[in-house]
Design a protein around this ligand. Structure first.
Ligand code: PGA
Length: 260
C-alpha cells in the first residue's frame, strides 16, 4: 500500500504523568526509578515520557532528569509573566525552574477554580510565550455525556481554549472525560475513537496542517491493564496519567503498552 502525500508523518506518542497534589521529596525516588528504566533497552525510543510533579518538586526533578529522556512538566500557570498575584506561578518561572511543558485547563482546575475557556486559552498562550508546550485538557462531565453533549463540549472547549498560534510542536490536547478521572471508569474504545476522531477533525478545521499532526492524549483511569487497548485507538497519541503515574512500575507498564 502506498501512502498518499496527504498522510501525516507518524505522530510520536507521549505518556505524561500528572502527580497532582501528591509527592514530598521522597517521591522523587520513583522518578529516579523511571529514569533508570527509560535508559533500558526495553523502552522504544519513539515515545516521549514526561512527569508533571507539584511545583515544589520541579527544580529537583529537572536536575534529576537533565540529559535523559525524561521531560518535566508543570500542572498549571498564571497567564501573566509576573506581578502582584500572591501564590501564583508564571509560565516563565516554570520554564526557569526547568519545566518544558505545562498542563492547562485540567478539569480539577476548571471545576475547582472556575477556570473558563478564555482563562485556559490565556494560560496556554502564556505557556507558548514562555517557551513551554501547553497540554490543553478538555472533556465532558457525566451529566453532559448522559445528555448527549460530549462532542458539543469538546467543540466548545477546543474553540475557546486553543491559541490561534498553536502548532503541533508546542501544543498537545488531552481528552479527559471528567467522569473517568480517578474513578476507575473508562469510556469504551468505541467512545474514545469517536471523540478522538472528532477532535482530530476539529483541530484540522481550526489549525490546518498543525491540527493534523497535533498530539491528542487520552486521560482518565489509564493503568497498565487497560493501556494497550486505549492506546491502540486511532488518533490516541499517548496518555495523560494521574494515579498510575505515582509508581514508576505502573507508568512503565503503560509506556510498554504504547504503540510506536
Ligand atoms: P487518573 O487522572 O489517571 O487518576 O484518572 C488523570 C488526570 O486527571 O490527568
Amino acid at each position: 500500500m502506498t501512502s498518499s502525500r496527504t498522510d501525516p508523518a507518524p505522530i510520536r506518542p507521549l505518556v505524561a504523568g500528572n502527580w497532582k497534589m501528591h509527592g514530598l521529596k521522597a517521591q522523587l525516588a520513583e522518578a529516579a526509578t523511571l529514569r533508570a528504566a527509560l535508559e533500558g533497552a526495553l523502552v522504544p525510543h519513539g515515545i516521549d515520557v514526561m512527569i508533571c510533579p507539584p511545583a515544589t518538586l520541579i527544580m529537583e526533578l529537572a536536575r534529576l532528569a537533565a540529559g535523559t529522556r525524561l521531560a518535566v512538566g508543570a500542572q498549571d500557570c498564571h497567564w501573566l509573566p509576573a506581578g502582584a498575584h500572591t501564590g501564583d506561578i508564571s509560565a516563565e518561572m516554570l520554564h526557569d525552574a526547568g519545566a518544558s511543558a505545562v498542563i492547562v485547563g485540567h478539569s480539577e482546575r476548571r471545576a475547582g477554580y472556575g477556570e473558563l475557556d478564555h482563562i485556559v486559552k490565556a494560560k496556554a498562550e502564556a505557556a507558548l510565550r514562555a517557551g513551554l508546550a501547553a497540554i490543553v485538557c478538555i472533556g465532558e462531565t457525566a451529566g453532559q455525556r448522559r445528555a448527549g453533549l460530549t462532542l458539543d463540549v469538546a467543540a466548545r472547549q477546543l474553540a475557546g481554549s486553543l491559541p490561534e498560534a498553536s502548532t503541533a510542536a508546542d501544543t498537545i490536547i488531552a481528552y479527559e472525560p471528567v467522569w473517568a478521572i480517578g474513578t476507575g471508569l473508562t469510556p469504551t474504545t468505541g467512545e474514545v475513537a469517536e471523540v478522538h476522531a472528532f477532535i482530530r477533525t476539529a483541530l484540522i478545521d481550526q489549525l490546518g496542517v498543525q491540527g493534523r499532526e497535533m498530539r491528542i492524549l487520552y486521560g482518565g483511569s489509564v493503568k497498565p491493564s487497560n493501556a494497550a487497548e486505549l492506546l491502540a485507538v486511532p488518533s490516541v497519541n499517548g496518555a495523560l496519567v494521574g494515579g498510575a503515574s505515582l509508581k514508576a512500575v505502573d507508568l512503565m507498564g503503560i509506556i510498554a503498552a504504547c504503540k510506536v
